[in-house]
Each structure stands twice: as C-alpha cells, then as structure tokens.
Design a protein around this ligand. Structure first.
Ligand SMILES: [Fe+2]
Ligand SMILES: [Fe+2]
Length: 258
C-alpha cells in the first residue's frame, strides 16, 4: 500500500479497526500534493466531546479503585488515537519531507496504534470499553499551526510525547503502588517507546533547524501560540528519560527552569 493511501484511510476511517489497520508493506512513491484536514472522521461514539477542556483525571490517591485506573487508561488511549491521526496528518500534509523522516513517522504511527490496542485491552480487563467516556479534540486544536515538519516534531514529539516521559512513569508508579502490576507494566512499555519517539523528534529538529540556532530556541520558536515549554514536562521532571532520548543537557536545564 502507498503510505499516502494508508494515512488518508486512517484520517477518513469511521471504524476503529480502520484507524488501527496494519498496512503491511508500504511504499512511498506517490506522496501527492499536500492535504489538510481540520478534523479527522471519527467512528460513531468516538467523536470529539463538545467541551474542549478535558475533565480532570482521578487524583493519584484514588488509584486504588480499578474503575479510576480504567478512567486514566481511557484518557491515555484517547491521546494515543489522537497521535495516530496527527501522524497520519503529517504524512499527507508534508509530502515533500525527506523520505527517511516520513519512514520514521510511519514507524512511530504503528507504535501509537499498538499503544491504543494495549490501553483498550487493559481498560477492558478493568471493565471499561473505549468510547464509554468522552474523547477530546486536544492535539487537533494545534493542527492549523503545524505548517512544517519542524513544527510537527516540536509540537508532537518534543512537547506532547516529551511530557509523557514524566506522566507515563508517574502513573506507572501510582498503579504499581496500588498493586496493579499489569497497568504499571503497560506504562513502562509506553515510556520505553516514547523515549524513542522523542529521540526521533529531537534528531529531526537538529536536521531541520538553522545551523546557528540552539536546539532549545528552534523548539520554542516552533511551538504554537497555544503551547509553552511547561507543556513538555510533568510535575516531576525525569531528566534521565530525556538523556536516554539524546536531548542535550542545556535543553534539560532550560526545561527545568521554565
Ligand atoms: Fe504513544
Ligand atoms: Fe509516541
């Protein structure tokens, strides 16, 4: 299948199976003209909730309840599905981006599909079905500003995915504290993958930015007006996960101070 066709199918899919479709072997011979979406098509029952502000997740001290942990997993699955769509969007919006970059986005997208599936499996074990709770537009609010690959990696990889280098282990520790080793292991797997996704974004930021610009400055100047550096971290910042992703020390210091 052509990469562009797969990405368009994901964005136009009205079933979850189609959103999570394994495309088999992909080719990238006809990237076509840029295509822009304001919003993806969504399966019935998985449309975006009208309230754009996400409701607060159950606080950490209430994670002893399986129902509350499932609520958290539902939210995370929603984020993963958004990531699947935004990555498909990057493939159709930036047909002229380097082939190696597009290939990397494909690889990441497939891992996000697997994350959706892992979260669905675990939330079902805890008694919740995906789509039973509201889903939010979130990442799609930023799409009008994703006008170039450097903006894409700055927003997706280096802000949202980078923040997960803190949130995934924070939630993992909490689930583990309440004896839910399976959900904790799932968060560990997510963290492992997200470190690689951040690393991908960081390496391409270095390639895309002006030579004279510092990586941090290139990142900040590529953020959308809706974002600031604080959005790239949790209330605890795990330096070591960023180091594992290859992020430079100066960046980590600046993020700590922001
Ligand atoms: Fe993910
Ligand atoms: Fe990711």
């Amino acid at each position: 299948m052509e990469l562009r066709d797969w990405a368009l199918r994901i964005l136009s899919a009205d079933t979850l199976e189609e959103k999570l479709l394994d495309p088999g072997d992909l080719t990238d011979e006809n990237p076509g003209p840029p295509v822009h979406f304001n919003e993806p098509i969504r399966p019935v029952g998985m449309g975006f909730h009208k309230r754009s502000k996400e409701q607060k997740l159950p606080p950490f001290q209430l994670h002893g309840s399986g129902e509350n942990r499932a609520i958290c997993l539902h939210r995370f699955a929603g984020h993963e599905l958004l990531a699947v769509e935004i990555m498909a969007y990057a493939l159709v919006a930036f047909p002229d981006a380097p082939k190696a970059f597009r290939k990397g986005v494909v690889h990441t997208l497939k891992e996000e599909q697997s994350h959706v599936k892992l979260y669905i499996k675990r939330m079902e074990e805890l008694g919740l079905r995906f789509g039973d709770l509201p889903l939010y537009r979130h990442f799609w609010n930023h799409v009008p500003h994703l006008t170039s690959p450097i903006r894409y990696v700055s927003v997706m990889s280096l802000t949202f995915e980078m923040a997960n280098l803190d949130f995934a282990p924070l939630y993992g520790k909490s689930f583990s504290h309440f004896g839910d080793t399976e959900s904790a292991a799932l968060m560990g797997k997510i963290l492992e993958d997200e470190i690689r996704h951040v690393s991908f974004g960081y390496r391409w930021l270095l390639r895309f930015k002006n030579e004279t610009e510092k990586p941090w400055d290139a990142w900040v100047s590529s953020l959308t007006p809706l974002l600031n550096p604080k959005r790239a971290k949790g209330f605890i910042l795990y330096e070591e996960h960023r180091k594992m992703a290859g992020v430079d020390d100066m960046w980590i210091q600046q993020l700590k101070n922001s």
